[in-house]
Design a protein around this ligand. Structure first.
Ligand code: COA
Length: 224
């Protein structure tokens, strides 16, 4: 079921997510489809269920496959072997650092992963991107058959609305910075109501430097 409304129909004291819930009249969960223009488009998806669970060490084999899949590898360069994955993701999983790692499930099948963190916990990145007060997030659908079907938009919506916003009291900005050539990722962020900001150069682990586009979601306007 599609739910469409113009920005003018959103009440002054409500976010786009709240307006969508109101206009859906109790049917739900309501998911973003395309918030990049007017009217805003949401849906109730009767075909798919979307879930997140904390990543565990048992997911490292799947992560290796996902990160090395050609549609991901271009945009996700570091930590390719299971040993590197264990070194990189292990501390967060064990609660030894403050990055939270999640696995995405569609209809009960694990299809990818995502992560969230306070940008202020990563001073070098905070300096580069200039958004120290924002909450950062990153995301991958590793199963190629699940890409380009609108699922990433739904999964990110569930992740940001139900897991990220409630976890960071008072956060007003969610931030991601895809490579400027990653048009699919930039399009997904636009569909989630993000606005593009500063371009900046981000050094990668292998010595390369990527030019990335800072994209921000205004929590109060879109998701609160
Ligand atoms: C980014 C990602 C999570 C998006 O999930 P998804 O399910 O593919 O996204 P959706 O299907 O919801 O939306 C994709 C949009 O990009 C568009 N798109 C796809 N390829 C594109 C391209 N080469 N150029 C421009 N737009 C493109 C699609 O048409 C769609 O837009 P539309 O709905 O307006 O038609 C997923 O593609 C992915 O994991 N990619 C590889 C890893 C990655 O890039 N992660 C992000 C790092 S910042």
């Amino acid at each position: 079921m599609l739910i469409e409304f113009t920005r003018a129909e959103v009440r002054e004291d409500e976010s786009w997510a709240r307006a969508a819930d109101r206009l859906a009249g109790g049917r739900g969960p309501v998911l973003a489809v395309d918030l990049s223009s007017d009217p805003l488009r949401f849906q109730v998806d009767e075909e798919h269920t979307f879930a997140l669970r904390p990543m565990t060490e048992g997911d490292f084999g799947a992560l290796e496959r996902w990160i090395n899949a050609p549609h991901v590898a271009t945009w996700w360069d570091e930590n390719r072997s299971v040993a590197q994955i264990a070194d990189y993701y292990g501390p967060g999983i064990r609660g030894e650092d403050r990055v939270r790692y999640w696995v995405w499930e569609v209809n009960g099948r694990s299809v990818g992963f995502c992560q969230d963190y306070r940008i202020s916990d990563h001073p070098e990145f905070a300096l580069l991107c200039g958004r120290p007060d924002a909450i950062g997030f990153d995301y991958v659908i590793g199963e190629a058959a699940h890409v380009d079907r609108g699922l990433g938009t739904s999964l990110l919506w569930v992740f940001l609305r139900d897991f990220v916003v409630p976890a960071y009291d008072g956060a007003t900005e969610l931030f991601a910075a895809p490579d400027h050539r990653n048009t699919r990722s930039l399009r997904v962020l636009a569909k989630l109501g993000a606005t593009e900001g500063m371009w900046f150069d981000e050094p990668q682990g292998d010595g390369r430097v990527d030019t990335v586009v800072g994209c921000s979601i205004d929590v109060r306007r879109v998701l609160a």
